[in-house]
Design a protein around this ligand. Structure first.
Ligand code: HEC
Length: 145
């Protein structure tokens, strides 16, 4: 009877010891598993804040009133050759090609021009904070005169 109890105790100890053994998938099994995800993810194209700002300058119509020679697009009509033209410059909008922005001022200016100069012809363009920061970043790339 003591022998049986002893044998049972040994079996229990072996089972206890085995319960601590980690069971891993064998390398062979891992290698044969089908691959569902591509192993390399293509890089996401990135655009700098200033590049985004340049695109916004065109998309938001800033170029309708302001001349800016750094837009990366040729003007179809030269404003210099057509001084009578009602666009770009004729309404007092400054040429921003060499404009050196004071970020704090431009931030509040773009948020609400009339709040700064009630008589200004520049409209409130309903830009969000990210768009304003991008436009400032673009203007900061302006070459000094
Ligand atoms: C409808 C015409 C118009 C549009 C569109 C316009 N502006 Fe203006 N902007 C003006 C005028 C006019 C002024 C001169 C403001 C004044 O002194 O009254 C001006 C002034 C400015 C100034 C100079 C402020 C200063 O005195 O330092 C900046 C910078 C500027 N605009 C940026 C922009 C940007 C960026 C956009 C596009 C998001 C834009 N503007 C769209 C007409 C316009």
């Amino acid at each position: 009877m003591a022998k049986v109890a002893g044998a049972l105790a040994v079996v229990a100890l072996v089972l206890l010891a085995l319960s601590f053994v980690e069971w891993r998938a064998t390398p062979m099994a891992a290698a044969t598993e089908p691959t569902l995800m591509p192993t390399t993810v293509p890089p996401t194209p990135t655009v700098s804040l200033a590049e985004y700002g340049r695109a916004l300058f065109q998309a938001k119509g800033c170029g309708t009133c302001h001349r800016h020679d750094g837009l990366g697009v040729e003007r179809v009509i030269s404003m210099d050759d057509n001084p009578g033209l009602s666009l770009a410059g004729a309404n007092g909008a400054p040429d921003l090609t060499h404009y050196q922005p004071d970020p704090a001022f431009v931030r509040s200016w773009l948020r609400d021009p009339q709040a700064i100069r009630p008589a200004t012809e520049m409209p409130k363009l309903h830009l969000d904070d990210d768009e304003i920061e991008a436009l400032i970043a673009f203007l900061q790339t302006n070459p000094a005169r």
